[in-house]
Design a protein around this ligand. Sequence first.
Ligand SMILES: O=C[C@H](O)COP(=O)(O)O
Length: 250
Amino acid sequence: MLMRKYIVGNWKMNGTSRDLPEIAAIADMAAHYPTVDSALCLPASLISRVTAQILDYPIGGQDCHGHVSGAHTGCISGEMLVDAGAKLTLVGHSERRSAQHESDADIRAKAIAAHKAGLKVIVCVGETLDERDAGRALDIVLGQLAQSLPDDMSGDWLSIAYEPVWAIGTGRIPDETDVSEMHGAIRSQLMARFGPTGAAIHILYGGSMNGENAAMLLAIPNVDGGLIGGASLGASKFEPIIAAAAKSCE
Ligand SMILES: O=C[C@H](O)COP(=O)(O)O
């Protein structure tokens, strides 16, 4: 199925109020590509400031707690993200799975809570290099997917981001055939589990996507967009990726 590409920037733990003009420049730049859906997932500290100034560009969070409120020091809820003006959030990024020891069950709870709060959700999955070298990449990723997704999939609110951990921030990307195999396997699982709804869920690739490799990656079947870290930190680096996404839909 040919769908609109979805290009999402993840600023991770980068960005202060000094970066507000750059964020505005990204929103302006993205408006020149109306055939591509894009968004920026920002540090929580920036979301309300950005959404107060930029009304027509989707801003997201990078995590959302599985509970609505309570004694969870340092965490942010779906309601808080919505209150700050966010339209979406990531959950289960590998940096959180590893550094914050988040389990698939945690991520499932986060996805459900974020959805209930009214957010679109991107659930991240991906294997480590050891797992790939051991020939376990498909098992690991499909296992994470099976356990991290909610059962209720009515509506258009979920995307998946496949991010091989060893490709994040390293400048390395998997072979085209490996990306194709993984995205195809993810699509098959989504369709087996959710029927026709599973055919319409965006599957993003993440890990060292940039202006040089975006066209190749976005042309692979079932690569419906990208989750971009480093190359989303400025309009000049982000634009070639969005432009490649626009071209891929022509
Ligand atoms: O969330 C984004 C990914 O972790 C990819 O990061 P990267 O583009 O810097 O490799």
